[in-house]
Design a protein around this ligand. Structure first.
Ligand code: ADP
Ligand code: SF4
Length: 694
């Protein structure tokens, strides 16, 4: 394969203890909502990354014992030997592509509620569970500590049996027992496991030594360690104890996998950390302290930055979770000089939300992610066309762009018509709001690829009517006409229009995103959508200098963003910008210069001054064109044209951008495919085996 000068350094092999990675691309452990419940899906997903060129492909965290039971979430599990065959599926699949397989052994301490196992939760000192649940973790006795070390050793033995090449000791993300021992906040012990840093790090040292002793002849032992908690003096800091831990254990692990904790700090979204490489200032000391290889993450997708980090000896491996999800073939694209084709992660954390909701991973940029096994999808391969049929895609939002691109990749002749002067639909609009500029990559990556294709004609400024479609005589039409925000206030909390809207200036998110002129006085955002956009609009307006309030029936602003690990940052930003937050309130009346909001519990009313009201409630699918075409078809007015119509994206059912992309992708893959096959994929799931009930 051709290698671009300057990036060769990324393809140099490097030893990690007794094993050797073929290049510097390292998929660090990341959750995926598959875990022990969906081993076939898990193996297929990880195998795709190995095929895409990652030298190391890791599991998500793997619980080592029933006292670290993360049910109902689907993480990996290596409780006993019965877990080995499912893990073996993954290691075999990864090895087939010449990659190393890594497993992240974990005991989650008081982060694990043990709701299935009902085992007592364990912690260095007595403490509440992290989950709000009326149960506490008990302080571990010396016997407990000895038992825990034995469980870890046994899990390491089973990991080797399952075929793993790298086995982790995990002390990060504020969700691991070993890290809890390190932190004085959780460890108030007075024995040899508490007090001095050396004592608090004793358990990690023991685990590293014992894991090496058990499997170190053939497997590398990695330490995943959070050097900084981003809490300032209230927590571990890279410049102080973070560094001291690395100094203390410098040569013990075969590899240092370093990051910041907790998970919300590690996996920051572009909304709050736009620049890639945001963790580098915290971890850049590590390589000066140890001679062992170092891997770090930071949403790294730029080959220039990757090569520079290795050249400057900041890291030895380019760690990635999200960039490997958005583009499993990132390494192979760099190696074969196709960097323009990299599907860049937009930093939206929809992938994270799948795990926090306990379902298989989904990605905005990569609609095949999570469906490698269920639907047999591959990010780089697609079935070729089965006929010379042509297709018309109406609407250039995320669903229309994705549908057009995949149809074109299959070889069909595609016409894409967009009413407005710019492509991107809701992506282009939402990306104009504060913090969301990186979302434009959803459009740009697709547009770039579409522009390379000779079998695609793109027309902007072309609002198609049913008559136009009849004239075009293209029989296969995909309607990706999107959805519009409601202007009547109907939403989750009220199925009736809000009274008095006629007496006040009312706006929708579309108006804000397209720069509508706003009145001088106070603005109120009414967020009954409760997902992300209401909070973004309030953030955008207040940052632009408007006197902004947000009213929401939810208890906090944008509650859905807790799934993307952003909610605290959302609320903090609004408060710091002086946005007045009125939670637990529905909007009942609009008047000329005020609105009335009622407490959701008592109905008690307050009046808020308001010169302009922005309603973020619900969206209405744009189906006018569809209905018109159906009418023409039914009345036989299409001049005998056998129209095949399919509605996709937000016009079908408003949802996330990821849902719109997925819908466009599915429609393109399903076009002229065997309908039985398409349908059966919808029912495909991993059935529990009834063969072993020990
Ligand atoms: P989705 O998320 O499903 O892709 P969007 O709302 O982002 O939906 O995009 C829909 C796009 O369709 C918008 O850019 C809109 O301008 C365009 N559109 C809607 N109706 C027509 C039409 N009749 N002809 C061409 N484009 C249309
Ligand atoms: Fe990146 Fe969003 Fe995909 Fe996650 S879902 S990998 S953050 S694009």
């Amino acid at each position: 394969m051709l290698k671009k000068t300057g990036y060769d350094i990324l393809f140099e092999p490097l030893a990690i203890g007794p094993v050797t990675a073929k290049n510097r691309f390292y998929q660090v452990p990341h959750c995926c909502g598959m875990g022990h419940l969906r081993p076939r899906a898990h193996a297929a997903m990880r195998a795709t990354k190995a095929e895409g060129g990652w030298a190391v492909v890791s599991t998500e965290e793997a619980e080592i014992h029933p006292s670290s039971d993360l049910s109902p979430y689907a993480e990996q599990r290596i409780w006993d030997e019965r877990d080995v065959p499912a893990l073996r599926l993954m290691t075999d699949a990864v090895h087939k592509h010449g990659a190393l397989a890594a497993i992240e052994l974990v005991h989650n301490g008081h982060h694990a509620p043990n709701l299935y196992s009902r085992a007592p939760a364990l912690a260095p000192s007595d403490t509440s569970l992290e989950l709000v649940y009326p149960k506490q973790a008990r302080a571990m006795s010396k016997t407990d500590i000895r038992e825990f070390r034995r469980w870890h050793r046994l899990a390491a033995r089973r990991a080797k049996q399952a075929g793993f090449d790298i086995v982790y000791v995990y002390a990060g993300h504020s969700m691991t027992l070993t890290q809890h021992f390190l932190l004085p906040e959780f460890n108030t012990r007075s024995d040899e496991y508490g007090g001095s840093l050396e004592n608090r790090a004793r358990l990690i040292r023991e685990l590293l030594e014992e894991t090496k002793e058990e499997i170190g002849d053939t497997c590398a032992v990695a330490l995943r360690f959070a050097v900084d908690e981003l809490k300032g003096a209230d927590g571990m800091q890279a410049a102080e104890e973070g560094r001291a831990v690395v100094e203390l254990l410098a040569e013990l692990p075969d590899l240092w996998d370093v990051n910041v904790s907790d998970w919300a700090n590690d996996s920051q979204t572009t909304r709050f950390a736009l620049e890639d490489g945001y963790q580098i200032p915290y971890i850049d000391f590590v390589k000066q302290v140890t001679s062992k290889p170092v891997v770090a993450v930071s949403r790294l997708s730029s080959p220039d930055m990757m090569a520079s980090l290795i050249k400057r000896k900041v890291v030895d491996f380019i760690g990635a979770a999200r960039p490997s999800i958005a583009d499993p073939f990132l390494p192979s694209k760099i190696e074969s000089n196709r960097t323009d084709e990299i599907r860049e992660c937009i930093g939206c954390n929809i992938c994270v939300s799948s795990d926090t909701l306990g379902v298989p991973i989904r990605c905005t940029q990569n609609p095949t992610m999570g469906d490698e096994w269920r639907r047999g999808w591959h990010p780089e391969r697609i079935e070729p066309k089965v006929s010379e049929a042509a297709a018309l895609v109406v609407g250039g939002g995320p669903s229309g762009l994705e549908c057009a691109l995949q149809l074109a990749r299959r070889g069909y002749q595609v016409t894409l018509a967009e009413a407005s002067d710019r492509l991107g639909g809701r992506v282009a609009e939402e990306a104009s709001l504060k913090g969301l500029s990186a979302w434009l990559r959803v459009r740009d990556n697709r547009l770039y690829e579409l522009q390379q294709k000779a079998n695609v004609d793109i027309f902007t400024g072309s609002e198609l009517s049913a008559a136009h479609i009849r004239e075009l005589e293209i029989e296969n039409v995909f309607l990706a006409t999107g959805a519009r925000w409601r202007v009547d206030g109907v939403g989750r909390s009220s199925r009736k229009a809000i009274a008095g809207l006629g007496s006040m200036q009312v706006f929708t998110p579309h108006d804000i995103m397209t720069g509508a002129a706003l009145p001088e006085g106070p603005l109120v955002v009414y967020d009954d959508d409760q997902c992300y956009l209401g909070g973004v609009v309030a953030d955008h307006l207040s940052a632009a200098g408007y006197d902004t309030s947000i009213v929401t029936p939810a208890a906090v602003v944008s509650p859905w963003t807790s799934y993307t690990l952003e909610q605290e940052r959302v609320q903090r930003t609004l408060l710091q910008q002086g946005v007045k937050i009125h939670a637990n309130r529905t909007l009942s009346h609009a008047r000329e210069n005020s609105i009335e909001a009622n407490c959701v519990f008592t109905g008690e009313a307050i009046e808020l001054p308001c010169a302009g009201l922005i309603l973020v409630t619900e969206r209405l699918p744009q189906m006018k064109l569809y209905r018109h075409l159906m009418k023409l078809q039914e009345s036989g007015d299409l001049g005998g044209m056998p129209l095949r119509l399919e509605v996709i994206g937000d016009a079908l059912a408003p949802g996330l951008i990821a849902d719109a992309v997925y819908s466009g992708h599915l429609a393109a893959r399903s076009f002229e495919a065997d309908p039985d096959k398409v349908d059966s994929a919808l029912y495909r799931r991993e059935m529990p085996s009834l063969s072993d009930q020990r």
